[in-house]
Design a protein around this ligand. Structure first.
Ligand SMILES: [Zn+2]
Length: 282
């Protein structure tokens, strides 16, 4: 693909993957200078490694075509077989080190589909850091960090495997929100209260869904490239100014508009969610 990431095709990647943990597979990107290396526990099956590699490749291609640049610096991706009981997320990113768990806390292997998405999501966190010079977590709203990653993960996945159309995202995120609020352990706070780390993550799927709906509405007609504008502007140290430059609206006005949309447009009808699930099973 033009300007994209070159990696070995899946079959040849298979030949360089080694079950011994200390061996790594290197992905060299042409569009970005970053070297991505994957290390996997011996117990992680080959198909799971390939799915993770595929997700990384999809991500770098998507970043290059959407934001004009992929991840630049070397990144190590650590694919672990076992998921600690006290860790309730599927992976995390610390600077240029990504950890992804290939099983659930109950020890059930996660799907290849999930691993591809997790790879895209976590690598986008690295890009957020690189474009903003580390300001993404220091000064910007956390809902935009996680919502942006959740949205990019979704768009890049859909583009690489065209199984759903764009309206799917509103339904998907809206249903995640609806299901959570129907269970209603406690209602999610307004988006404006999700500035710092915690509320999105504590909201689980619904927290991420709400954050993604926020990111999607912020981007609006500008398209996902606006996220790249936002993170580059964020490097100047003023998140509200970056928000205006990227999305064309003051944060306060955006929060009001989003609260109105949340009350009126979401949650969508439960019947729509049931239909969506039925479609997925076909
Ligand atoms: Zn994340």
């Amino acid at each position: 693909m033009q300007g994209g990431t070159d990696i070995a095709d899946p079959q040849s990647a298979l030949t360089v993957l080694n079950p011994v943990r200390t061996h790594v597979t290197l992905l060299k990107s042409d569009a970005a200078e970053g070297m991505l290396s994957l290390a996997a526990d011996e117990a992680v099956p080959v198909h799971a490694r390939l799915s993770t590699l595929d997700g990384l490749s999809v991500a770098q291609n998507y970043f290059a075509t959407t934001f004009g640049v992929g991840v630049q610096r070397p990144v190590r991706i650590d694919l672990r077989a076992y998921h600690p009981d006290d860790v309730d997320f599927g992976g995390f990113t610390a600077n240029h080190h990504i950890v992804i768990y290939a099983s659930s806390q109950r020890g059930v292997p996660v799907s290849d589909y999930y691993l591809r998405r997790a790879a895209i999501h976590e690598l986008f966190h690295v890009l957020q850091q690189e474009l903003s010079g580390g300001a993404d977590l220091a000064i910007g709203p956390n809902w935009l960090v996680e919502g942006g990653a959740r949205l990019v993960e979704d768009i890049a996945s859909v583009q690489s495997v065209p199984i759903q159309s764009a309206p799917y995202q509103d339904t998907y995120f809206g249903c995640a929100l609806l299901n959570e609020e129907a269970q209603a352990r406690r209602p999610l706070p307004p988006l404006s209260a999700m500035h710092y780390y915690g509320p999105v993550e504590e909201g689980g799927n619904a927290g991420y869904a709400l954050a993604a709906l926020g990111a999607k509405r912020a981007i609006g007609a500008h398209g996902p490239a606006a996220l790249g504008v936002y993170y580059r502007e964020l490097a100047h140290g003023d998140w509200q100014a970056a928000f205006v430059r990227a999305f064309g609206v003051e944060p306060e006005a955006f929060y009001k508009d989003f609260a109105r949309a949340r009350a009126n447009d979401w949650p969508i009808a439960l019947a729509d969610c049931n239909t969506e699930r039925d479609d997925d099973e076909d």
